[in-house]
Each structure stands twice: as C-alpha cells, then as structure tokens.
Design a protein around this ligand. Structure first.
Ligand SMILES: Cc1cc2nc3c(=O)[nH]c(=O)nc-3n(C[C@H](O)[C@H](O)[C@H](O)COP(=O)(O)OP(=O)(O)OC[C@H]3O[C@@H](n4cnc5c(N)ncnc54)[C@H](O)[C@@H]3O)c2cc1C
Length: 409
C-alpha cells in the first residue's frame, strides 16, 4: 500500500483517486474550491440547474470506462434517458437538423447543387489534409465549410483554422464518408437513428451529482490550494504532508511554481487556451438539446438546452438553457447578445471559466510526453484536461486515469 496525494477534485482527480483507493492505496485529495467537480460543477439558480461550464453529459466508446462509471451509479433509479435533438440555426428562416452534412436537402437549390459538386471534387481529388481547415474542406466541401464549419469553428477557436493541427481531432468529430453523406441525405436519416442519439443524464443535480457521488468515499481536503510540492529523501510532500506519489490534475501552468522547476518553463508558459462564458437563461420552450449558431450576428456559438435534459433541471413551468461564448464577455455585452438569440433568453446568471479549451500546436503532445516522463521518474504523474493539455471529455479523462493506474500499480 502506498500513500498518494491527488491534486484537484475535478473528474480526472476523482476518477484517479477512486481507482487508486479501489486498489487498496491510501489516498488524500487536495481541492482548492469548497466542493468537487472542477469544470463540471453546477449551481442552483432560482430553483433551476445551471451547468457553470458547458452542459455536461457522459458518454464513452471505451467499454472499461463505461463499466467503471456504471459501478458508481444506479442507471435505472438515478438516471433518465434524454434524446439528442440538435439543430443549426441559419437566421430566422432556416433551421437545419444536426449534423448539417446529413441534411443538405434543407438548403436552397443552389446550395444543394454546390454541395453535390463539392462531393464530386472530394472524390476526384482525395486530398490529405494538413490542418483543421483543410480537414473540414476535404471532408465536407467548400460550401458547407463557408456556410457552417468555418464561422462556427472560428467562434469556438478564435483563430485561423489553418493554424490548428489535426492531432487533437482524433475520435472527436464525426468522420462521415462521401457515400454516407449521400445516403443520409437521400434517406433523410435523422440524428435519432444514430447509436448515440440518446444519453443517460442524472435525474437530479446534473454533473454535480456525478462529482458529489465520486467524492463521497474519498478523503478530500477542500478549500486547500496546493502551493508547494517537494521531495524529501525518497518521499514527496504536498503542502508539507508526506506521501509516496503525487497525481497532479490541475493546470500544468502551475507546475513550475509548485515544483520550483527550471526546465520546461518557457514551453509551458507558451501553451495557449481559451476560456468560456456560460450564460444561464430562462428561455422559451423548444424541442432541442443543443442549438448551434454559426451566424456572425451572434458572438455566442451554441445554446445548450439543459432544461430539456431532465425535468428537475427547471422549476415547474419554466425552461432554462445555457448560452455559451468563447472567452470573457461583459455583463453589458451579454445583455446585447441575448436580445438577438431565438427563444427570447432572459438572463439569470453567468460564469466565466478562464481555462476551458486547451489549444494544441504541433509540439504540444511531445512537450507533455517529455514532461510526464521526467516527472514520473520522481513519482509525480499528470492526468486531466489541463494537466495533459488535451481537448478531452470526461470519459477520456477517466480513461487517462485508468491507463495511469494500470501502468503504475
Ligand atoms: C464548454 C465545455 C463543455 C463540455 N462538455 C462536456 C460534455 O458534455 N461531456 C463530457 O464528457 N465532457 C465535456 N467537457 C469536458 C470536461 O469538462 C472535462 O473533460 C473535465 O471536466 C476535465 O476534468 P479535469 O479534472 O481534468 O479538470 P477540471 O475540471 O478543471 O478540474 C481540476 C480541479 O483541480 C483543482 N485545482 C487546480 N489547481 C489546484 C491546486 N493548486 N490545488 C488544489 N486544487 C487545484 C480545480 O479547482 C479543479 O477542481 C466539456 C468541457 C467544456 C469546456
């Protein structure tokens, strides 16, 4: 049995700590906030549930992650099944079901013809994309790129899409073939016919429920920010508490300060990220789960209709949603922006999270790999979205915790 200190009680830290404890280790978690969850924290605002960042739902392609997750929850009693029904809004008169490439028949005649020409060109050229822009064009064609993929992704990433490398994409975006797009359009295949058309969502508490449950049997020191990690003999200490190993699940940018490091510092400082402003609103009743907003008239890129995920997310008779903006937006600008959005959102609350979207360049993965291997020699490990600088969902974070524990235990 070893003693581990896990830093951070977000999903990565909670998964790591549980997995280590399940193997019989002594585990203490340090969390600077007063409750678990990190980015998946939720608040109750005027009786309705506000996902402070995004609108978290759980899903995974990894069977081991799925099995581990459901060991901690009672799917039938504690979860409800919600349907995906997403749409892309192109102004007041055109709503196209998601994903757009399966519903090109909803556009005007000229757009449809242009899309067909694009598909023929994609087949003829078979280009190997070198960056995100080339990927989107070579997969979906110039027409959909111009109408949807470019404006939408520019809002999320706030940069020239040619500057975004392809490595982060792996397994994260649907990769339909030309044949599939033609078939889906001809047959009007809808999102609900796909495997992930529905998802399980907590009956009460949203993703905060997940965090609270996973923290329940752990020793977590809340309101305790880690400010120092030191080596003393063959042991480590965190804020003066001795342990054998440390798993760091916070932001890698803090590590040089915590460890008094003098290598990797400049490269870590250069890592870039975006933040997110999530605006919680009361909104008109609608059938959607996610609404995407590619139009330039909106600074927001999507509405997450969390009120449709579970009945208990709203006070009776009301419907709530989160409108999402990349980076910081002032309260005044929020007011102006909400006035342009469908379903008449009315402001209830908002939250700005500084680190939400890590941006990778071509060297990020090798930098993190080198850092991990150097730290591992001293018994310090990295798991998590900003510890590993990976654009990962909760399931990937859990998977990363599993892979680490399998490797070191
Ligand atoms: C807009 C948006 C929508 C998303 N939607 C989904 C979704 O629908 N489904 C999904 O699966 N995933 C989704 N994700 C991804 C998901 O949020 C992350 O994968 C997950 O929350 C990462 O957890 P983490 O523990 O790595 O990081 P975090 O949640 O950031 O946790 C880090 C924790 O460490 C603590 N900490 C940091 N430094 C210290 C310190 N020095 N001392 C003590 N504590 C410290 C922090 O307080 C925090 O609690 C979304 C992400 C975003 C940004």
């Amino acid at each position: 049995m070893k003693k581990y200190i896990v830093i951070g009680a977000g999903m990565s830290g909670l998964a790591t700590a549980n997995l280590l404890q399940e193997r019989g280790n002594e585990v203490v978690v340090y969390e600077r906030e007063d409750r678990p969850g990190g980015m998946i924290k939720c608040d109750i605002v005027e009786g309705s549930l506000f996902h402070r960042t995004g609108g978290h739902i759980f899903n995974t392609k990894r069977q081991d992650v799925m099995d581990w997750f459901w060991k901690h929850f009672d799917r039938e009693k504690e979860f409800t099944k919600a349907l995906r029904n997403s749409a892309v809004f192109f102004g007041e008169n055109l709503t196209v079901p998601y994903p757009v490439e399966n519903h090109v028949y909803c556009f005007d005649d000229e757009t449809q013809r242009s899309f067909v020409r694009d598909l023929l060109q994609i087949v003829a050229e078979k280009k190997e994309p070198r960056n995100f822009e080339e990927f989107l064009k070579s997969r979906f064609g110039e027409t959909l790129y111009r109408l949807y993929f470019q404006p939408y992704n520019y809002k999320v990433w706030r940069r020239d899409l040619t500057k975004i490398p392809l490595s982060w994409l792996e397994g994260k975006l649907p990769m339909p073939t030309v044949e599939e797009m033609i078939y889906n359009n001809m047959n009007r295949v809808e999102e609900r016919q796909f495997v992930h058309a529905s998802f399980y969502y907590p009956k009460k508490g949203g993703s905060q429920f997940l965090a609270d449950r996973l923290a329940k049997h752990l020793t977590v020191k809340y309101d305790t920010a880690v400010h120092r990690i030191e080596r003393s003999g063959d042991r480590l200490s965190v804020n003066g508490e001795a342990c054998d190993r440390v798993v760091f699940c916070g932001n890698v940018k803090m590590l040089p300060g915590l460890l008094r490091m003098d290598s990797f510092v400049k490269d870590i400082e250069a890592l870039e990220a975006h933040g997110t402003t999530s605006v919680f609103c009361e909104i008109g009743k609608n059938p959607f789960s996610w609404v995407y907003l590619p139009e330039r008239v909106h600074d927001a890129h999507r509405i997450i209709c969390t009120g449709n995920f579970a009945e208990s997310n709203n006070v009776p008779g009301k419907m709530t949603a989160t409108v999402e903006f990349t980076d910081y937006i002032s309260r005044e600008d929020i007011g102006a922006q909400l006035g342009r959005i469908a379903f008449h959102p009315e402001y209830l609350a908002h939250h700005y999270e500084e680190y939400t979207y890590p941006i990778q360049d071509k060297d990020t993965r090798s930098l993190i790999a080198a850092l991990k291997s150097r730290l591992a020699e001293g018994g310090i490990y990295l798991v998590g979205r900003f510890a590993e600088w990976e654009y990962c969902n909760m399931d990937i974070a859990i998977g990363s915790a599993m892979d680490l524990v399998n490797e070191i235990e």
